[in-house]
Design a protein around this ligand. Structure first.
Ligand code: OAD
Length: 241
């Protein structure tokens, strides 16, 4: 855990930085009651990703995949942004240049009011037609299984980046540009093992940024960052304002 001097130093750096990038993972939403993936109760402890979160799994058994996403949609629908999400909205408001990159698909950053963000793994409330490719918002809980496209009747899938799929080029370009030019990078609640997000801290560090991590546990990023704040995101992120 960083001492209060380190916390104060980070707060001062954030306040005067010309450009701030924040990368978030499931840990920031854990305090809202959303499952993480790799913790003690993490989703990938109880489910096999290859059965549920790959294009092959969806081609094999779209019903099973939709049932799983329906379960997650039901849980996430009951959650609300926590003080860490709200603090990042305020950070965005105060910063000269700010970019939020989230791996989370729960939409809680948007619900809190964040505007300059890339949801690089997609959003659980968006669906995409496997036929015509149309992307639309769908907040039905539960969503009728199997859902079909209103334009072409094709099968809808969650608009989420699954294992083995590439991120949208626009998200990669926006993230790269922000990381290459940021003065301070803040990494919150990610295990830092899923690429390409796992490479973002090294990119920012290489480009000369001051990099800080907020996490309950050590991660592969911990050795690289300039300061680590050990604690729950909802307790610690508001202290950085
Ligand atoms: P993980 O579940 O891998 O990691 C969550 C991290 O948050 C861990 O390092 C925890 O120690 C930390 N953590 C847990 N609770 C916390 C809290 N209250 N405050 C601060 N930190 C906390 O989640 P991600 O790194 O987001 O992909 O996982 C990356 C991707 O893997 C996800 O986006 C998902 C998954 O497969 C897709 O859905 C496409």
């Amino acid at each position: 855990m960083a001492g209060s001097a380190e916390l104060q130093d980070l707060r001062a750096r954030l306040a005067r930085a010309q450009s701030v990038v924040v990368l978030t993972g499931a840990g920031i939403s854990a305090d809202s009651g959303v499952h993480t993936f790799r913790g003690a109760d993490g989703l990938w402890r109880n489910f096999r990703a290859e059965d549920l979160a790959t294009p092959e799994a969806f081609a094999r058994d779209p019903r099973l995949v939709w049932e799983w996403y329906n379960w997650r949609r039901e849980l996430i629908a009951t959650t609300r942004p926590n003080p860490a999400h709200h603090a990042l909205v305020e950070m965005e408001r105060r910063a000269q240049r700010f970019w939020l990159i989230t791996q989370n698909v729960d939409g809680l950053h948007r619900d809190a009011g964040s505007e300059t963000l890339s949801e690089i793994h997609g959003n659980i409330w968006m669906v995409r037609c496997t036929g015509c490719g149309q992307i639309s918002e769908n907040r039905q809980v539960p969503i009728p299984i199997l859902p079909s496209c209103s334009a072409c009747q094709g099968l809808l899938r969650p608009h989420i980046v699954w294992f083995g799929e590439s991120l949208a080029q626009r998200d990669l370009d926006q993230s790269d540009a922000a990381l290459e030019s940021c003065e301070v990078m803040l990494i919150i609640g990610t295990s830092g093992v899923v690429y390409p997000a796992a490479s973002f801290a090294p990119v920012a560090k290489q480009a000369g940024a001051f990099v800080a991590e907020v996490n309950l546990d050590p991660t592969p990023n911990s050795d690289l960052v300039d300061v680590t704040i050990r604690g729950r995101a909802s307790d610690t992120v508001p202290l950085l304002l």
